[in-house]
Write a new protein. Structure first.
Length: 173
């Protein structure tokens, strides 16, 4: 699987980093980071292709690169609004536009709350286009005992959406 992971904004970067760290080693990861999410040093021990968000000509900006899925974790409201309006002014928003154009799986994890009416309208518009809107919501039924357990549950749910096998949480039997 070829997966683009974009980390947008500063708040929630740790969750995006853990999403990448827990990925199975057989996934070809292309990481895009915004100027506010400089996370390069966190992936020294993992095979990750790094792309700067200002590199609009990067390989992943083309539909012919054939990415299987794109996840933007976290997704700032600014990034979400640009995607909803079709603005591709950096590599993060360009890979989202390519995912939409190529009808590939696109997962956005909006990180701010409460959501304004404008943000909800943008999310509804994107959901109508097939984008999966999956904010990092705590699931009390997961029986998490620690913050790390909660994070693994959230990341595991994102993996489920993207079709990535994992054992980050115990499933219902």
């Amino acid at each position: 699987m070829k997966l683009v992971v974009a980390i947008s904004g500063a708040s929630g970067v740790a969750l995006g980093s853990k999403f990448v760290q827990y990925l199975p080693q057989n996934i070809d990861v292309h990481l895009v980071y915004s100027q506010n999410a400089k996370v390069v040093e966190r992936f020294e021990n993992r095979r990750v292709t790094l792309h700067d968000s200002s590199d609009i000509a990067a390989s992943i900006s083309s539909g012919s690169f054939r990415v299987d899925a794109t996840a933007i974790i976290p997704c700032s409201m600014n990034t979400l609004a640009k995607i909803a309006c079709g603005i591709s002014d950096n590599l993060v928003t360009r890979v989202a536009a390519v995912a939409l154009k190529e009808q590939k799986k696109l997962l956005l994890a909006p990180r701010e709350m409460p959501f304004s009416a404008i943000a909800l309208e943008n999310m509804q518009k994107l959901a109508t286009l097939g984008v999966v809107i999956a904010p990092p919501v705590i699931a009390y039924y997961s029986e998490a005992k620690t913050v790390e357990d909660m994070e693994k549950f959230i990341i595991g749910k994102w993996y489920d959406i993207l079709g990535i096998e994992h054992n980050l949480f115990k499933r219902w039997s």
